[in-house]
Design a protein around this ligand. Structure first.
Ligand SMILES: NC(=O)c1ccc[n+]([C@@H]2O[C@H](COP(=O)([O-])OP(=O)(O)OC[C@H]3O[C@@H](n4cnc5c(N)ncnc54)[C@H](O)[C@@H]3O)[C@@H](O)[C@H]2O)c1
Length: 223
């Protein structure tokens, strides 16, 4: 198991929370069953799930994209979300409550924030969320998607590093009205809100956390 996961779990526990690290492939059904069951056994139930694992697909041009690339990106990004929902919903419906949060992307709202495979996968996540909200009609279970804009993480680090090397990092994130990229904790805040009872009437939504990027039609950068 990666030391990063173990350290993250340890830091949650030392801050007074509860955590248990498990290595699992989000797109593998038996792995998902194993970690959902382990969570239920260890913590006495499942109250919520955050289906956040994803891959970028590498932003290949259309003519270079292979079927294998497509299946890998859609496999992790949509099958992973589907399995997380499928195997936690029975726990939620039994107890009459539960919250599901899935990470989509601004790439699922508009073109040009990823390759075709990535964008299709994130449109898929939004559709899974909206459709599931109605499949869970009357169950008391809520489901929402977060659509992050540009956030500095492992996925985007190469682009940030290239910009730093070229001395152009001050241009990153300039096309949204906050004129900056986002930080992971700004997505985590939304996830925590949506998983909590504070979001008790928020359901079936794809909420952009993107500095305002997706609010606009194309526009000309002011000089
Ligand atoms: N960084 C951004 O700008 C941005 C923007 C929009 C959406 N997103 C989405 O945010 C989510 C988190 O990505 P991130 O930006 O933190 O990137 P990241 O690469 O740092 O994190 C993604 C995580 O998913 C895990 N993962 C990938 N495939 C997996 C699999 N099959 N099983 C289990 N885990 C797997 C990776 O190990 C990694 O820890 C993703 O769904 C991504 O598409 C990111």
């Amino acid at each position: 198991m990666s030391t990063e996961i173990v350290q993250t779990a340890a830091s949650i526990v030392s801050a007074g929370g509860m955590a248990h690290a498990i290595r699992a492939d989000a797109a593998n059904e038996s792995d998902v069953i194993t970690f959902v069951t382990a969570c239920a056994d260890r913590f006495g139930g499942v109250d919520g799930i955050y289906a956040n694992a994803g891959v970028s697909g590498g932003r290949k041009p259309l003519t270079e994209l292979t079927v294998e690339d497509w299946q890998h990106t859609l496999g992790v990004n949509t099958v992973g979300v589907f399995l997380a929902i499928k195997h936690t919903v029975p726990h939620f419906t039994r107890q009459g409550s539960g919250a599901i949060v899935c990470t989509a992307s601004v790439a699922g709202l508009r073109a040009n924030a990823g390759g075709i495979d990535y964008s299709a996968s994130k449109v898929g996540v939004i559709s899974i969320v909206q459709t599931t909200a109605y499949q869970l009609y009357g169950s008391g279970v809520r489901i929402n998607a977060i659509c992050p804009g540009l956030i500095e993480t492992g996925m985007t680090r190469p682009a940030f590093e290239r910009a730093r090397e070229r001395g152009t990092s001050n241009r990153i994130g300039q096309i949204n009205p906050l004129k900056r990229h986002g930080e992971p904790h700004e997505i985590a805040e939304m996830a925590c809100f949506l998983l909590s009872d504070r979001a008790s009437y928020v359901n079936g939504q794809a909420i952009a956390v993107d500095g305002g990027l997706s609010a606009s039609h194309p526009w000309v950068f002011p000089r």
